[in-house]
Structure formats: structure tokens, C-alpha cells
Design a binder for this molecule. Structure first.
Ligand code: PLP
Length: 393
């Protein structure tokens, strides 16, 4: 590697370290279960997005052999060449039926789906209105698009209306996370639906963290608000609560058709492995056959926040993402390191992932956690906050 190029990278890494923002990869030695090991140490995992425990479901693992025999592993090509197998279409009809939309379209990841949605619809004649806390993949989609982009304050329909009422773009697209990934709060969908109709916009909702979590039987944010017929494009992922991999959009047939013809992250990307598509159909079967699992998950959230409340820590969440705001980067790091020593894997999130001064523990719960594990984690966090101070000071 050229010396000055390498020195450049090393210099930047040094500066990341000096600012306490250095990141590294941890190798987990076990499947994505509640109990994991790193090296020879065991941890209880409170950082995964596998909200229903499907990622290690025995039922899915048992079906691997038969699915592999039927469909093999890889797809071999993009969907438009010869990578589109019957099972991809089956999955799309399946997710559309689950969501009650005219059609569905599968992408290889949520990141790809969001890049695709915003860059494909965001032509120069379009203005995109994006919540300031939207996922990085939406932000990157905005950057890749040729649209005018207007960012509205987080979950603030008043600010959105200010921006949208004075915009002279020919086409308007509002995009929001359904459940915000770092705060676990829910988008103000009724207000967004009102505004999108008033100003002739379309509305896109990213249900990465809402699929399998919110709404009737885990049908997502639109279902949660009874607004399924108002949201033009419901995007979601299979990689979180559904426990597999890949993503989807649920939409009108015309949008699907248009994307097949225009959406570069769909066209120039290898189709998801048919093995994964078939497993995902089975995972959706599991969710539909046993929708109470979504209520079990909600029960874990109530249990966790109740223990914190007993210790005077007021944290609200309607979703399994529970942000425990600590404030300073340093104290957040200290608490998450102490939790690690005690065998709790709780991710500490610091800027630039979250705004300055709002460093936090991002606790995620799963239906697969036992009640005593949930309570133990909340007790431990409350204890450390009391010992180290965690009121944002
Ligand atoms: C995880 C996530 C994505 C990306 O999905 P992947 O399948 O992991 O690429 C997109 N949007 C939100 C809100 C997410 O949390």
C-alpha cells in the first residue's frame, strides 16, 4: 500500500481513538441466542434485533436440509437475469398478503431497499421530506438521489408542514422510520398521513424494527395505527424480528413494476439466496401461527421498564428498543464496560450515531429472554446508574 495513503488512514484512526470513538468487531462464538460467548466468557445478550428469537429457531434449523435440497443455496444471478426463482415470487405474495397490500418486492437487505426507494423515486422533480433521525440507509438514499431533500425535526409534523407547504417541487415524498432504531419511539403516523393527503405527497414507512413487533400480529407501524391503506410504501426487513435476512417493500403493483424497471439496487444486485427466501416464508408462517409471541415480547418490555421505574429511572418505550440515556460518552462507556464484566452484553451508543450529549445504553429485548434475565438486567443497570451517576449530567 502506498505509504502516504496508509499514513492518512492511520492518522484518521488515531484521531478517532483520541475522541473515544474507536470501533472494533467482536467475534461471537455462538449463534445469535440470548446466551452468547465471546472468547471464553458467557454473556446475556441485550443488544440483538432478533426480537422473537427466530434467528435460532429449531423449527427453521430443522427445515434447512429439505429446503437446501429443493432450492440449493445461492441464486446465481440478479433477479432480472436468472436469479429469480419461484420461491422469490412466493415470498413476495406472502409478505403482501401478510401486510394486506396489492404487491410485494423483495430486496437483499434493508440498506439496499432504502437506497433503492429514495434514489429511484427521488428524481430531480421530487422533494424528499425526511425525519432527521431516519436510518443511515435512508440518509444515504437521499444522497444518492437527485431529489431536493428537506430534513424535518424528529417526529415533528409542525415542522414538516412548514417545509412541505412552502415547497414547489412537482412530486413530494415523505419518508420516516416506523420505529426509530436508536430511540425506540414510534413515528407520528396519523399526522404524517394527514399531511401527505393535504399536500398530495406519498408516504414511505421503514418498518425494519416494527415488522414482527408492532401492530396486529406484528404487521407493522401502519397496522398499529389502523392506517394500512394510507401508507403508500411499507418497507421492512426480514433481518430483525423475522430472524432471517433480506428486506421487502409492500406497495401498489405499479410501484413494484416501476422498481423492477428502474431501481438500480434491485437490478444490479444478486437475488437473495432461495434458501433464505424459503426460510423466510417459514418464519412468517411461525409468526402467523403463533401471533401471541408479539404479546410476550410486549410483556418483557413492561417488565423491564417497571423494574427501572422502581429504582426511579423513568424510561418509556412501546417497543423492544429501550434507550437508557446516560448523557456523557465516558460514563456510558463505563457503564457498558461494567455490564460486560457482569455478563450483560448491552450496547453503549455514542455520537455520531446519536446526537452529542445523548450517549445511551441501547437495550433490546426479545421474546426469548426469560423474565428473570430481563429483571436482572434492569436491576444491574439501575444499580450502576446510581453508583456512577446517569442523569445526563
Ligand atoms: C436495520 C435497519 C435497516 C437496514 O436493514 P438491513 O437489512 O440490516 O440492511 C434499515 N432501516 C432501519 C430503520 C434499520 O433499523
Amino acid at each position: 500500500m502506498a505509504d502516504d495513503f496508509r499514513a492518512d488512514l492511520e492518522g484518521e484512526l488515531e484521531s478517532i481513538k483520541r475522541r473515544g470513538r474507536y470501533r472494533f468487531l467482536r467475534d461471537i462464538g455462538t449463534p445469535a441466542r440470548v446466551e452468547i460467548t465471546i472468547g471464553d466468557k458467557k454473556y446475556l445478550n441485550f443488544s440483538s434485533n432478533d426480537y422473537l428469537g427466530f434467528a435460532t429457531s429449531d423449527q427453521l434449523i430443522d427445515s434447512l436440509g429439505a429446503i437446501g435440497e429443493k432450492w440449493g443455496i445461492g441464486s446465481g444471478a440478479s433477479r432480472l437475469i436468472c436469479g429469480n426463482m419461484e420461491v422469490h415470487g412466493d415470498l413476495e405474495r406472502r409478505i403482501a398478503a401478510f401486510k394486506g397490500t396489492e404487491s410485494g418486492l423483495v430486496f437483499s437487505s434493508g440498506y439496499m431497499a432504502n437506497l433503492g426507494i429514495v434514489s429511484t423515486l427521488g428524481t430531480p422533480r421530487t422533494t424528499v421530506f425526511s425525519d432527521e433521525l431516519n436510518h443511515a440507509s435512508i440518509i444515504d438514499g437521499c444522497r444518492l438521489s437527485r431529489a431536493r431533500v428537506k430534513v424535518y425535526r424528529h417526529a415533528d409534523p409542525g415542522h414538516l408542514e412548514e417545509l412541505i407547504s412552502t415547497d414547489d417541487g412537482e412530486r413530494k415524498l415523505i419518508i420516516t422510520d416506523g420505529v426509530f432504531s436508536m430511540d425506540g419511539d414510534i413515528a407520528p403516523l396519523p399526522d404524517l398521513c394527514y399531511l401527505k393527503e393535504k399536500y398530495g405527497a406519498i408516504l414511505v414507512v421503514d418498518d425494519a424494527h416494527a415488522t414482527g413487533v408492532l401492530g396486529s400480529g406484528g404487521r407493522g407501524t401502519a397496522s398499529h395505527f389502523g392506517l394500512s391503506d394510507k401508507v403508500d410504501i411499507q418497507m421492512g426487513t426480514f433481518s430483525k424480528a423475522i430472524g432471517t435476512y433480506g428486506a421487502f417493500i409492500c406497495c401498489d403493483a405499479v410501484v413494484r413494476d416501476y422498481f423492477i424497471n428502474r431501481c438500480r439496487p434491485l437490478i444490479f444486485n444478486t437475488a437473495i439466496p432461495p434458501l433464505i427466501a424459503a426460510l423466510t416464508i417459514r418464519a412468517l408462517d411461525m409468526l402467523e401461527e403463533d401471533p401471541q409471541i408479539v404479546d410476550i415480547l410486549r410483556g418483557k418490555v413492561k417488565r423491564f421498564t417497571a423494574v427501572l421505574a422502581n429504582h426511579g429511572v423513568d424510561v418509556q418505550s412501546e417497543t423492544p428498543i429501550i434507550p437508557v440515556i446516560i448523557g456523557s460518552d465516558e460514563r456510558t462507556l463505563k457503564i457498558s464496560e461494567a455490564l460486560l464484566r457482569e455478563g450483560y452484553f448491552v450496547y453503549g451508543v455514542r455520537p455520531p450515531t446519536v446526537p452529542e450529549g445523548t450517549a445511551r445504553l441501547r437495550v433490546t429485548l426479545s421474546a426469548a429472554h426469560r423474565d428473570d434475565q430481563v429483571e436482572g438486567c434492569a436491576e444491574k443497570i439501575a444499580g450502576l446508574m446510581a453508583a456512577l451517576g446517569g442523569d445526563g449530567a
